[in-house]
Design a binder for this molecule. Structure first.
Ligand code: KG4
Ligand code: ZN
Length: 351
């Protein structure tokens, strides 16, 4: 089964063609991603209006490139998958409308994919991960611990009550004048810093739910930075190292709680899976490995290009749904907000 996937929910314009075999194995035929980072850099974050216009300008060409690289024609496809949310609504409209137009023109089924579901299922494309597994999703827009029990069967054990982890990295970078996107820059600075110099809080640690809160950490960092301003290069490195260590400690604590909740409900997960741009951080990777090791499971970390936003994950989620006969009508609406719990409910009604 061949599916074209289109992703435009944030600042990546992406399209891909993925094949799903009858045995459930996945193969990526093409995966084209155009990042808009340079267009948003001077604003220190994604500007929704600029993002939507950039998607309009780029998407046709990105889809054509994905089709050409996969060496397939529209007639060869079994379905067209478009990310229908959650995300910045202007971009979602562009991608989903394009997916609908292709589906209509070529008489192919449309699959309106939840972007979070696509992140959740990527480990099945890359590593054939078996259900049920525990997912740690941490990007610029999302921070969640999920139980992934089947296609359309997700349980949320925790999430952020304010900022996402990637967002906290980006805000830290902005505060310290490092640039955007902040995650890699903060990680680079942290390598030369002292993680114990500044006493920063570990928000939510020890709590019985698996939720995160990052905004207090950001405020504490601002106060500490204010105390030592003007900042020397070493001050910046030490602030980054202290911030990153606090995040690492929080991730370890929250994941241990999330995994405990998982085991109480479903028994041992087959693996701990990570997704989202934050999973590229080596210090965070290390704590994920340790937490998985502690309970005797392995960490599945898809390659960075498939952890961050891409079209292959949308195509794959589309293929998984198509294999179950779960397709959508052309009047399906784009959604800025679309919690995974809604996907689960809808599937339960339809299967
Ligand atoms: O998944 P992603 O590419 O896009 C979405 O947000 O959907 O994630 C981007 C986020 C940004 O906030 C970025 O700062 C963060 O992931 N990030 C990192 C690192 N690389 C990217 N955060 C910490 N350390 C990194 N090395
Ligand atoms: Zn994402």
């Amino acid at each position: 089964m061949l599916v074209l996937g289109i992703e435009t929910t944030c600042d990546e314009t992406a399209a891909a063609v993925v094949e799903r075999g009858a045995d459930g194995q996945g193969r990526i035929l093409s995966n084209v991603v155009l990042s808009q980072v340079s267009e948003h850099a001077e604003f220190g974050g994604v500007v929704p209006e600029i993002a939507a216009r950039a998607h309009v300008e780029a998407l046709d060409h990105i889809v054509a490139t994905a089709m050409a690289e996969a060496k397939v024609s529209f007639a060869d496809l079994d379905g067209i998958a478009g990310a229908a949310g959650p995300g910045l609504i202007g971009g979602v409209i562009v991608g989903l409308t394009t997916a609908k137009a292709i589906a209509l023109t070529h008489g192919k089924p449309l699959i309106a994919v939840n972007h979070l579901e696509a992140h959740a299922l990527t480990a099945r494309l890359t590593d054939g991960a078996a259900f049920p597994y525990c997912l740690f999703l941490a990007s610029g827009g999302h921070t969640q611990i999920l139980g992934v029990c089947g296609v359309g069967d997700y349980v949320r054990f925790g999430g952020t009550v304010d900022d996402a982890i990637g967002e906290a990295f980006d805000k830290t970078a902005k505060l310290l004048g490092l640039g955007y996107p902040g995650g890699p820059l903060v990680e680079k600075e942290a390598a030369n810093g002292d993680p114990e110099r500044f006493a920063l809080p570990r928000p939510m640690s020890g709590r019985h739910d698996a939720n995160f809160s990052l905004s207090g950490l950001k405020t504490a960092l601002r106060i500490e930075a204010g105390k030592v301003a003007p900042l020397s290069d070493q001050d910046v490195a030490d602030l980054c190292a202290s911030f990153q260590q606090a995040v690492v400690d929080v991730v370890g604590d929250r994941l241990r709680t999330g995994l405990r909740m998982f085991r109480e409900r479903f028994g041992a997960p087959t693996a701990l899976v990570c997704a989202g741009g934050v999973a590229a951080n080596q210090a965070i990777r290390k704590i994920l490995h340790r937490v998985a090791f502690e309970i005797g499971i392995s960490l599945i970390a898809p390659p960075p290009a498939l952890c961050t936003d891409n079209g292959a994950m949308i195509a794959w989620a589309g293929a998984e749904r198509l294999a179950l006969g779960l397709i959508d009508t052309l009047d399906v609406a784009p959604r800025a907000r679309w919690p995974l719990s809604d996907v689960t409910k809808v599937i339960a009604e339809r299967v």
